[in-house]
Design a protein around this ligand. Structure first.
Ligand code: SAM
Length: 225
């Protein structure tokens, strides 16, 4: 799988992939990264990428030309590239999207800055748009990193133990709605007088499954009624 990041600030994204599981995925050639800076595709003297809003309004917007040229270049080189724009004004990015997108061969994330990107760029190039939550970030770099992380761990071979993917929140369904993972515990069994629930210690796997399923439903009801 290849991730291409279109960003004015590659340094905000690149270090995330220099450690831990995603670093290993790159070493194992399960993942490849590429960075494109719109400033390198400008045709004006001062390499400007932003301009004022038509019709007035606060702030600046990334104007079309550098992004059109850059995305045309990517599409010429990679006709199968799947282009994703992180946007505050979009549908929420969910675990099912992460799993689905993990099957693509190449995803391009286009990070906005300032007040965002001229809508004509999004109209012309977006295969999908996603919000990572109901709040406004200063730019799309964190959102692109969040989505690429969630996608990458669903690529076969990236996680040491692929069973981890099955036992997680949003993968279990109850009444056709995803449920949250039950609370988890490790050793020691008693720590500072706090005990792990005894149901998890008796070795009866059917009972443990049943107990965890009940906790999972309670937790979902509490946090996501
Ligand atoms: N004016 C925009 C609006 O009200 O929807 C917000 C622009 S924001 C300051 C700049 C960039 O950050 C956006 O173009 C987008 O790439 C990214 N961004 C901000 N919040 C986001 C969110 N919740 N999810 C995904 N991307 C976000």
């Amino acid at each position: 799988m290849k991730f291409s990041f279109v960003t004015l600030f590659p340094n905000l994204i690149e270090p995330y992939f220099e450690d831990s599981i995603l670093k290993k995925a790159i070493e194992k050639k399960l993942l490849e990264l590429k960075f494109y800076n719109p400033r390198e595709y400008t045709r004006n003297k001062h390499n400007k990428v932003d301009d004022t809003l038509c019709g007035g309004g606060a702030g600046q917007l990334m104007f079309p030309q550098p992004l059109f040229d850059l995305l045309d270049t990517i599409k010429q080189q990679n006709p199968n590239a799947h282009i994703v724009f992180p946007l505050a004004a979009a549908k929420p990015f969910r675990q099912n999207d992460a799993k689905r997108l993990a099957k693509k061969e190449h995803i391009v994330f286009v990070s906005g800055r300032y007040e965002g990107i001229d809508e004509r760029v999004i109209e012309k190039y977006a295969n999908e748009v996603f919000s990572i939550g109901d709040y406004i970030l200063t730019g799309g770099e964190l959102a692109s990193t969040v989505m690429s992380d969630a996608i990458a761990r669903n690529i076969e071979g990236v996680l040491g133990n692929s069973d981890s993917l099955e036992e997680e929140s949003y993968n279990h369904y109850s009444f056709s709605k995803p449920t949250l993972e039950a609370p988890s515990f490790t050793k020691p069994v008693i720590f500072q007088n706090l005990s792990v629930p005894s149901e998890l210690l008796k070795g009866n796997h059917a009972k443990i499954r049943n107990f965890k399923s009940k906790l999972s439903k309670c937790k979902t009801q509490y946090f996501r009624p």
